[in-house]
Write a protein that binds this ligand. Structure first.
Ligand SMILES: Nc1nc2c(ncn2[C@@H]2O[C@H](COP(=O)(O)OP(=O)(O)OP(=O)(O)O)[C@@H](O)[C@H]2O)c(=O)[nH]1
Length: 216
């Protein structure tokens, strides 16, 4: 996917969209883990199989979601995972309110690199940025090399919520974005009668687990 024009509008809310109240969310992780596919699944409800076309640069999609009866506007930035674009994508971390950090459960290197990604995030992003770890391609159980438990353990170590997703089947894709939207809405202005919101507890209570093969 070619996303060279950061100022491009790629669908979502339509005319009259108020960009001043957008919550910026960024997708990050190694090349090929499924960032673009995850966003396409969330935005358009589809998965485009076939040859892999690496993202060039960075681009965004606006999306309005309804959380607890309120509209929350997400501006979701899809970054290129390839090393050569890192200096470009780093510049976008600073304004992000949330980061979805992906690895591929069939690719050990992408999981091992999560620590380096978290170091970069902590160096470049806001201190209170919301981070969620996602183990994508959970549908490819025959090629799994990273167990759910490994993902859980790493997420616990860094104190971030975790779930496995599939951009192909849609498993947990909407939940990942809705949970982020719920947290950002909660932070933006808690109503007096609103109970406190714990993102990790919410994710744990809502997420679907792959029906088999959580061990490798
Ligand atoms: N089976 C399966 N394949 C997936 C999934 N997500 C992505 N893919 C495939 O993995 C390949 C890479 O997906 P992309 O979404 O382009 O990966 P990316 O992280 O955006 O890659 P960069 O743009 O280079 O950073 C493509 O061939 C996708 O079809 C998934 O959940 N399940």
């Amino acid at each position: 996917m070619d996303l060279q024009r950061p100022d491009s509008y790629q669908g979502g809310a339509g005319p009259g969209f108020d960009e001043h109240v957008l919550h910026k969310t960024i997708l990050v992780g190694d090349s090929g883990v499924g960032k673009t596919s995850l966003l396409v699944q969330f935005d358009q409800g589809k998965f485009i199989p076939g040859s892999f076309s690496a993202t060039v640069g960075i681009g965004f999609t606006n999306k309005v979601v309804t959380v607890d009866g309120m509209r929350v506007k997400l501006q979701i930035w899809d970054t290129a995972g390839q090393e050569r674009f890192r200096s470009v994508t780093h510049a976008y971390y600073r304004d992000a309110q949330a980061l979805l950090l992906l690895y591929d459960i069939t690719n050990k290197a992408s999981f091992d690199n999560i620590r380096a990604w978290l170091t970069e995030i902590h160096e470049c992003a806001q201190r209170d940025v919301v981070i969620m770890l996602l183990g994508n391609k959970a549908d490819v159980s025959s090629e799994r090399v990273i167990s759910s438990e490994d993902g859980e353990t790493l997420a616990r170590e860094y104190g971030v919520p975790f779930m496995e997703t599939s951009a192909k089947t849609g498993m947990n894709v909407e939940l990942a974005f809705l949970a982020i939207a719920k947290e950002l809405k909660y932070r933006a202005g808690r109503q007096a009668d609103e109970p406190s919101f714990q993102l990790r507890d919410y994710v744990e209570s809502q997420k679907k687990r792959p029906s088999c093969c959580s061990f490798v």
